[in-house]
Design a protein around this ligand. Structure first.
Ligand code: SD4
Length: 344
């Protein structure tokens, strides 16, 4: 099980993306970059039932998470168990600076987590935002879904609910994250709005199509590094960071939340699949729609992945696209999404 970002300390997402040429939808070229197989077409062939369960998630760190989820499903666990246990792998991986423990803190040096989960057959969901000191927040989102009559809890209320339901108070700020935050803070000039490094946002969004044909998804992030306290991005918002419609498919998002949140990004992806688009086409068209609302050349830094009920999967991202992990029995790879460059 190789997680390029964890196994290779020199792995850098920007460098990875820089090695891959832009590609247009429909290209069948396969190339290798940074140890990852890249599918520049993005739209994988339809998968037969024997390749289920199918698990797709964002970024190279999604691969070990997918593999854990597959293990859970193959051992007889449910799709929500798979989502929680899979995403928990990333939340506990201290080398991932954008999800769970080890995540970069907000501008005040506090790690503040967002997560959500959604179940296809019941169309139920649970979500938590701006939660401090609790892990795994994907499990907390599930607890909100299953133990309350609400969809979303935030801040101190979410934290108190967690503590009352068996979650332990956990120190999420690692020494490395604290140092990075202090360095960032030292670079801030008085009166200037807090700005974050451009490479400071990677969420895990995971979608699953089970062997029984049922869908589920989950999403977890520490959000943008050094965000304003109280800031919530797209990740815990149903229809923005994650959406599942059991009749159609499921989609997840990663990138600058503000550019996804305003457009109900993953809801659009699923609706485009309902209208007949393949997962990769739906992701790419959603990005194009969002780009049309912006001046040419704007770097939106947004990415979507999706699966449909037929077992097809795909992804698209702005700029050079982004790497995403695809796992099913006998197969687990990091692929390269379709690239949707800014309009000329
Ligand atoms: C956010 N969308 O909080 C998240 C960050 C992210 O890839 O996805 N990064 O805006």
């Amino acid at each position: 099980m190789i997680n390029p970002s964890a196994a290779d300390p020199s792995f850098n997402r920007r460098r990875f993306l820089g090695t891959v040429a832009n590609a247009s939808l429909g290209s069948a070229l396969l190339a290798a970059a940074s140890g990852c197989r890249t599918s520049t077409g993005g739209a994988a062939p339809a998968r037969a039932g024997s390749t289920l369960p199918l698990i797709v998630s964002t970024w190279p760190f999604g691969k070990p998470a997918n593999e854990k989820a597959l293990q859970v499903l193959q051992a007889g666990g449910g799709r929500l168990d798979a989502i929680v246990d899979g995403i928990s792998v990333t939340e506990h991986d201290l080398s991932v600076s954008s999800v769970g423990a080890g995540g970069d803190p907000n501008a005040e040096g506090v790690v503040s987590l967002d997560a959500c989960i959604m179940d296809g057959p019941t169309h139920k969901c649970g979500s938590v935002a701006a939660v401090e000191g609790i892990l795994p927040v994907i499990g907390l989102a599930r607890a909100v879904m299953e133990k309350t009559r609400h969809v979303m809890l935030v801040g101190d209320g979410a934290r108190r609910f967690a503590l009352a339901n068996g979650f332990k108070d956990t120190d999420l700020l690692t020494e490395a994250a604290r140092r990075r935050w202090q360095e960032w803070k030292a670079r801030q000039t008085g009166g200037q709005p807090a700005s974050a490094p451009p490479d400071s946002h990677d969420t895990i969004a995971m979608v699953i199509l089970g062997s029984d044909g049922q869908l589920a998804g989950g999403c977890s992030t520490s959000g943008l590094s050094y965000k304003l306290p109280g800031r919530v991005g797209d990740s815990p918002i149903i229809g923005s960071g994650l959406y599942v419609d059991n009749d159609v498919g499921a989609a997840g998002a990663t990138g600058v939340g503000e550019n996804i949140l305003r457009f109900c990004g993953t809801f659009q992806v699923v609706e485009l699949m309902r209208a007949g688009a393949s997962p990769a086409e739906a992701c790419a068209e959603t990005i194009r729609r969002i780009q049309r609302k912006h001046p040419a050349g704007t770097d939106l830094a947004i990415n979507f992945l999706a699966i449909d009920r037929r077992g097809r999967f795909g992804a698209a991202g702005t700029g050079d696209g982004f790497p995403y992990a695809v796992t099913y029995p006998g197969y687990s790879e990091v692929l390269k999404s379709v690239a949707v460059p800014a309009r000329a």
